[in-house]
Write a protein that binds this ligand. Structure first.
Ligand code: DGL
Length: 202
């Protein structure tokens, strides 16, 4: 039995939504979490910058002697998961990707939206996920870096957040999507607010 902790990383607070889900499933495990709230948001940075920042977070977790690393960040995963796995082949690394497969499965009318950071929205990795898992769907892929800084500031219910959400979600409201994939681990913090704006059909 390996009693070392599981390491979880993100660009900030978003990975806590992943930690919460994992801790619920694995109640006998312990965890070390690192969120890079100083450098957030990663979604607006270049792939090279994201890769360098992710390496710093992994180095920190290795110092904590973790037995497994969870990249609880879609942006890091789609940008450089393969490179990180080959740089740190001594430890298993698990990534997080937008839930496109699930959105395509639950959608009845096969019009789905994906909301992520701009880096994730533009990535080849996500393009591949859409081709593989949402083949029969009409997909509205939208990236934004406006929400993560507000979440980091704790502005979940502020008027600024409401205005930002109204503007970001308008692109989906104009279409007849019935499922929205949250492709950023920060976004589950806004699920209730998004549901109110999009309506109960989504
Ligand atoms: N939480 C991250 C994700 O899943 C990134 C947010 C950011 O720093 O832009 O993509």
């Amino acid at each position: 039995m390996n009693n070392h902790p599981i390491g979880i990383l993100d660009s900030g607070l978003g990975g806590l939504t992943v930690l919460q889900a994992i801790a619920r499933e694995l109640q006998n495990e312990s965890f070390v979490y690192i969120g890079d709230s100083v450098s957030t948001p990663y979604g607006a940075k270049s792939p090279d910058e994201i890769y360098k920042l992710a390496k710093r977070l992994i180095e920190f977790l290795l110092q904590q002697e973790v037995k497994l690393i969870v990249i609880a960040c879609n942006t890091i995963t789609v940008t450089c998961l393969d490179k990180l796995r080959s740089d740190y082949s001594q430890i298993p690394i698990v990534g997080t990707v937008p839930v496109i497969k699930t959105a395509a499965e639950v959608s009845k009318n096969k019009y789905i939206g994906i909301l992520s950071t701009t880096q994730t929205a533009q990535s080849d990795y996500q393009k591949h996920l859409i081709e593989t898992f949402a083949n029969g769907c009409t997909v509205f892929n939208h990236g934004t870096d406006a929400l993560v800084p507000l979440i980091e500031q704790g502005q979940l219910e502020s008027s600024e957040m409401t205005a930002a959400l109204q503007s970001v979600l308008q692109v989906f409201k104009n279409e007849k999507i019935d499922a929205l994939a949250l492709g950023c681990t920060h976004f589950p913090f806004l699920e209730k607010q998004m549901q109110t704006i999009l309506g109960s059909n989504v």
